[in-house]
Design a protein around this ligand. Structure first.
Ligand SMILES: [Zn+2]
Length: 376
């Protein structure tokens, strides 16, 4: 069967061709066999390991059943690939990419999307940044942490800036895809398990965490609805105002970034929130090749059962059928819980798991992962 026939058979055309590469192994499309579990691993920027160390890490991953890695090559401050428009820390991607490919792993570049801590941009383009309901810009008064300087999703200059990064990455021939992180607004409400860490109680939406009320957002919303968002009595429960903000991010994913990535025959994936409304991230409407909801159960005071429940709900809610990979915080899980989470995800209709992160895995957990994958 050639590529075109395969695409027709599984109902994929044009850019959708890229999606077929998400099917691991050589399972024929009409097989009744159990769907294989694809395993992804996020790898935080690590500039110190040697070539030999990477070789052996990748071998451990491959042996345990890992299919794809997501190395963090842009952290909103510096790029770790040879970017021509961002400050470059070190071309780390260029070091590990061939090593990972030699080990038989897919490589998807993990990039921060909406936060921007590039000094030159913060200084020169203050107007690009989101503004809260108190009128404060995240460029000079970020909430929670100093790096919460988010770009406004309504501005074409921002689309161009983010698009440039995605375009540079998509043109790296050996790369398999681009992985969007922080593709959202700042949290208007933090996960319940994280609020004590910041010594705050968020029982409702408070104005200092609520974005974006900048000139462009306000005037676009007025054009669409006739209302000024600053003057809404209950902005948190205003369906139109919420929808407007969901749509801003969805537009960036579906209409700005997706065509750039698919033009180069690469896959587009994203790290997303289970409590999506709190970050204005309606990812069930995104045309992704893979969604990785960060089901970090402890942040929500939950356990492994919740991982299954969330996965099931999220698989069912995908408007365009994006495969869902349950994101697991392996540092929060024992080896047994990790194995259980892998099984529960698969039983709930998930297409696999994404492990956060490679650095938190232990020999025991790799063993446990391997057992969970082979027992099925
Ligand atoms: Zn705005």
């Amino acid at each position: 069967m050639n590529r075109r026939e395969f695409a027709r058979l599984v109902g994929l055309t044009g850019a959708g061709l890229a999606a077929k590469r998400l099917l691991p192994g050589s399972l024929p499309p009409n097989s009744t066999a159990k769907k294989p579990t694809k395993v992804w691993v996020w790898i935080g920027t690590d500039l110190h390991a040697t070539v030999d160390e990477w070789k052996s890490r990748f071998e451990v991953m491959r042996n345990a059943g890992v299919d794809a890695i997501l190395p963090e090559i842009y952290n909103s401050r510096e790029a770790f690939y040879g970017s021509e428009h961002l400050p470059v820390g070190q071309p780390w991607l260029e070091t590990i990419l061939p090593l990972a490919k030699d080990a038989g792993l897919e490589v998807h570049a993990w990039m921060w999307t909406m936060p921007c801590n590039v000094l030159a941009i913060v200084e020169k383009h203050r107007e690009w940044f989101v503004v809260n309901r108190l009128g404060e810009s995240s460029a000079d008064k970020p909430v929670y942490v100093n790096y919460y300087k988010f770009l406004c999703p309504s501005r074409s200059d921002v689309w161009e800036f983010v698009g440039k990064t995605v375009s540079e990455l998509s043109r790296i021939s050996e790369l398999d895809g681009v992985h969007l992180d922080y593709i959202r607004f700042p949290d208007v409400i933090l996960p319940v398990g994280l609020q004590p860490k910041y010594h705050i109680v968020q029982d409702k939406e408070y104005p200092q965490y609520d974005y974006c009320y900048c000139d462009v957002c306000s005037s676009e919303f007025r054009k669409e609805t006739g209302f000024d968002p600053m003057k809404l009595e209950e902005p948190s429960s205003d369906l139109e105002w919420n929808r407007f903000r969901y749509d801003r991010i969805t537009h960036i994913v579906n209409d700005i970034l997706r065509p750039i990535v698919h033009k180069e025959q690469k896959l587009l994936t994203a790290a997303v929130f289970p409590n999506w409304k709190n970050v204005r991230q309606q990812w069930s409407h995104w045309r992704l090749d893979g969604a990785m909801p960060m089901l970090y159960s402890r942040f929500y005071d939950e356990g492994v059962t919740w991982v299954g429940e969330q996965t099931k709900e999220e698989v069912g809610s995908q408007k365009y059928g994006a495969p869902v990979y349950s994101g697991l915080s392996v540092g929060q899980l024992s080896s047994d819980e990790l194995a259980r989470a892998v099984r529960v995800s698969s039983e709930s209709g998930g297409s696999g798991v994404a492990l956060f992160s490679g650095g938190s895995m232990t020999p025991d957990k790799w063993q446990s992962l391997k057992r969970a994958l082979t027992e099925k």
